[in-house]
Design a protein around this ligand. Structure first.
Ligand code: TAP
Length: 480
């Protein structure tokens, strides 16, 4: 049994200054809201980290006005090379302050510090550096000779990669010449609020970036605001559909990055130890709170027993616990609501006859936790094979032929990502052509790069983030 040792890390915690309460960041300064407030808690301990303002529709209106004014009077008049200077400045500050951001992200979100430190934060500064480079070269992006910005972008992001999603949204929007109003998720607002301080430090003109905190109603007021020209949303397919309906018939341009149920496909010629690492990273990275998680494992029958044995052995070494402990592999589930959903769907897996096995972790007394879990004997009809669990739960199916693997992999309403493990290059290319997924990883999983477009097919949404394709989403008349 893996012993759970709670190792509080006060020294790392002290590197970030968390204020007891936060206002809204509008027009370059923190202001009081017109409504109430809510608490942001640490999901690993349930301690209150800060009191955060709940923006009302009037507050949203003020933020959109600030963004409009900044667009009309300042940002739209700056040459791309000047916008680039601000973006480079932000990129450098994010790199310099990455430790502080990583600790705050792990406290507010529950993710292991080795992930926020080694994955999320490096990608954040890379994203700003990458799009800074485009700001004065938009005419060379293949999106028209002199592409123009859209105006004010309303951006709504989820809780699974709070600061990374912020970077994915804000960097291309500003590079393309838009101003933004961004709403982080209710359970993870703190790194976005710290980013507001970075905007001040970078002397970004007031109103170019506005951060408003709140729940779904605040997000709805933002996307429905008549003076918002562009809506960029990452979150659940249910909310994405509601947003698509609410903006239908308006001139707003919309990008939706929604859910997924990715197949991670292991052929019998794959290097199995490497594949097992990819399976573990594919589903247990960020506690499985990953839209592109490899949540359905398809294993070729001839290596099924070997893969399951190796997988269980590897899972038995995973350490679950304090997100600030550098040795932690599995952090906390982000909220009580998400934990309840993971438990509910896992119970459905039991009831439908799949066989559950969980890694032998000790679960802490407080906070929200779920041990890394696999289900074997899963069929395509099972809800755990069809619905997004968004937690550390892997549904395992088998296949005999490549054609059967493709059919099973594509048998989902989603189409965000997929993984293929095989030694044959020709099989990789053939599978990539047949899989209906926006991203197909080969002999790796969950790899991201700012130059590479990311986005879905079918109910996983539309539009792309990353690369020059990501610029098209923020420019008039451009489609990548
Ligand atoms: P949602 O409940 O959809 O929330 C996403 C964001 O939208 C949050 O900021 C949320 O505010 C806000 N929101 C809720 N209702 C809204 C409404 N009616 N109008 C406008 N905004 C609204 O998703 P979640 O639970 O945070 O995130 C999990 C889901 O996101 C998963 O399905 C996952 O697959 C998907 N996801 C997709 C991607 C990509 S790139 N495709 C990336 C990450 C996550 P509150 O925080 O207050 O609810």
């Amino acid at each position: 049994m893996t012993k759970f040792e709670y190792a509080p890390a006060p020294e790392s915690r002290s590197i970030v200054d968390i204020k007891s309460s936060y206002g809204l960041y509008i027009g370059g300064e923190f202001v009081d809201g017109k409504g109430g407030s809510f608490k942001s808690i640490s999901p690993s301990t349930e301690e209150v980290l800060a009191e955060v303002t709940e923006a009302t529709a009037d507050d949203v209106d003020l933020a959109v006005k600030a963004a409009r004014q900044a667009y009309d009077k300042v940002w739209s008049k700056l040459p791309g090379s000047e916008r680039a200077k601000y973006l480079y400045r932000i990129a450098r500050i994010m790199a310099e302050r990455s430790r502080e951001f990583a600790v705050l992200e792990s406290l507010d979100n529950g993710k292991p510090i080795k992930e926020s430190r080694d994955v999320d934060l490096p990608l954040v500064s890379q994203w700003f550096f990458y799009y800074a480079g485009w700001a004065d070269k938009l005419g060379h992006a293949g999106l028209g000779p002199d592409p123009k910005a859209l105006g004010v972008a309303g951006q709504v992001i989820p809780w699974n990669f709070p600061i990374m999603m912020l970077a994915w949204k804000i960097a291309p929007a500003l590079a393309a010449g838009n101003t933004v109003v961004l709403k982080p998720a209710e359970t993870t607002p703190l790194t976005a609020l710290l980013f507001a301080e970075v905007c001040q430090q970078a002397e970004l003109p007031p109103g170019v970036v506005n951060i408003i905190t709140g729940a779904g109603a605040t997000g709805q007021a933002l996307v429905e605001h008549p003076d918002v020209d562009k809506v960029a949303f990452t979150g659940s397919t249910a909310v994405g559909k509601a947003i698509a309906r609410s903006v239908a018939g308006t001139s707003k341009k919309v990008t939706l990055e929604l859910g997924g149920k990715a197949a991670n496909i292991v052929f019998d010629d794959a290097p199995l130890d490497q594949a097992v690492e990819g399976i573990v990273g594919g589903i247990f990275f960020n506690q499985g709170h990953v839209c592109c998680a490899g949540s359905r494992l398809l294993v070729q029958e001839s290596v099924y027993d070997e893969v399951i044995d190796k997988l269980k052995q590897r899972m038995s070494t995973l350490r679950l616990g304090d997100p600030l402990d550098k040795n932690t592999d599995i952090g906390a589930i982000n909220s009580a609501e998400q934990l309840a959903r993971i438990k509910e769907l896992s119970d459905v897996g039991d009831a439908e006859g799949a066989e559950r096995w969980s890694a032998p972790c000790e679960i802490p007394d407080s906070g929200f936790w779920f041990a890394p879990t696999i289900f074997t004997g899963v069929t395509q009809a099972h809800r755990i094979a069809r619905e997004e669990i968004f937690g550390p739960v892997l549904s395992i199916l088998t296949f005999r032929t490549p054609a059967e693997a493709v059919e099973k992999a594509n048998n989902t309403p989603y189409g965000l990502s997929a993984g293929v493990w095989t030694e044959k290059g020709s099989r990789i290319l053939s599978m990539a052509n047949q899989l209906r997924a926006g991203v197909v990883w080969a002999n790796t999983f969950n790899k991201f790069d700012p130059a590479s477009p990311f986005g879905g097919y079918k109910e996983s949404g539309y539009g792309r983030e990353g690369g020059r394709h990501g610029l098209a989403a923020y420019l008039q008349g451009a489609s990548a």
